[in-house]
Write a protein that binds this ligand. Structure first.
Ligand code: SAM
Length: 287
């Protein structure tokens, strides 16, 4: 593989440039090349990005583009791009657009025919997922959970039967409330992972059943600090062949008096097992 140190910066082009999520060593050579060669860096917080740029000896001008002005400033940036300028978009940390500003700008650029070039780089979702031990073949990134318990529980109910790994960003002052709501909705046995302070000195990645994780986080205030990603194992539907002989006997008996649906619900309640699997077994064997 060859690594170009003199990337041609084409115009008009918007570059999407990820920055480190903690460890400055994670900036890529290509990101540094682009940031030093573009005409303008659109940044979520120009002071924060200014420090990053000066750490790497880059003096490209910055332009503020954040959640509160993005809709209005995107057109201004597209107009600059159309005059031939090249612009790099960065956020405070990680990949722009991933729970960060940038969507409106990219959308405007594409509609105006401006080339958008994404650079790969640091992103907390992917960093957490690949070390969590949870299935990574299919996953769903859900952003931040709602701040209020009602909204949070609605969201958790919505994902409770999703079979993919679900990944959430969470803030330290809400972690205990969110974990308690998860316990209510998903139960103590659901496998979860908490990935904290990724790429930093106190990086911690812990996977265990939800009930145990809640106690672990409650008993150690350090686990309630810093930046964190919460990952939830997908729902595992009980397979028909996981039904015990006793459950089958109970269902067979009840089905003599009740419709299959009702009988399956009663057996599921009695044996804390899955209604759908019982119903399916009943359809195949008792109808
Ligand atoms: N754009 C970023 C990315 O690519 O990951 C995410 C920005 S979002 C505003 C910030 C959230 O990402 C944090 O509240 C936390 O949930 C997660 N995050 C960012 N850096 C992290 C880190 N070093 N360790 C764990 N979580 C992190």
């Amino acid at each position: 593989m060859t690594v170009s140190k003199t990337l041609p910066v084409e115009s008009p082009t918007l570059y999407i440039v990820p920055t480190p999520i903690g460890n400055l060593g994670d900036i890529t050579q290509r990101a540094l090349d682009v940031l030093s060669r573009v005409d303008l860096v659109a940044a979520e917080d120009t002071r924060h990005t200014g420090k990053l740029l000066s750490h790497f000896g880059i003096n490209t001008k910055t332009y503020a583009l954040h959640d509160h002005n993005e809709q209005q400033k995107s057109q201004v940036l597209v107009d600059k791009l159309l005059t031939g300028l090249t612009i790099a978009l960065v956020s405070d940390a990680g990949t722009p657009l991933i729970s960060d500003p940038g969507y409106h700008l990219v959308n405007h650029c594409r509609q105006a025919g401006v080339k958008v070039v994404p650079l790969p780089g640091a992103c907390a979702v992917i960093t957490a997922l690949c070390a969590s031990g949870l299935p990574s073949d299919r996953f769903s990134f859900e952003g931040f959970l709602p701040a209020k318990s009602k909204g949070r529980k609605d969201k958790l109910n919505e994902i409770s039967t999703v079979e993919r790994t679900c990944v959430f960003y969470e803030s330290p002052h809400r972690i205990l409330d969110s974990l308690n709501d998860m316990l209510d909705i998903l139960g103590p046995d659901r496998e979860v992972a908490l990935a904290r302070e990724l790429t930093k000195t106190f990086e911690t990645i812990q996977s265990m059943p939800l009930g145990e994780l809640v106690n672990w986080v409650k008993s150690d205030p350090n686990q309630q600090r810093g930046e964190m990603v919460l990952l939830v194992h997908g729902y595992r539907a009980l397979a028909v062949n996981d039904i015990s002989e006793e459950e089958k006997r109970a269902l067979t008996l009840l089905c003599k008096e009740l419709p299959l649906k009702k009988a399956s619900a009663l057996v599921a309640e009695l044996y804390s097992t899955k209604k759908n699997a019982l119903y399916k077994w009943g359809l195949e064997n008792l109808s």
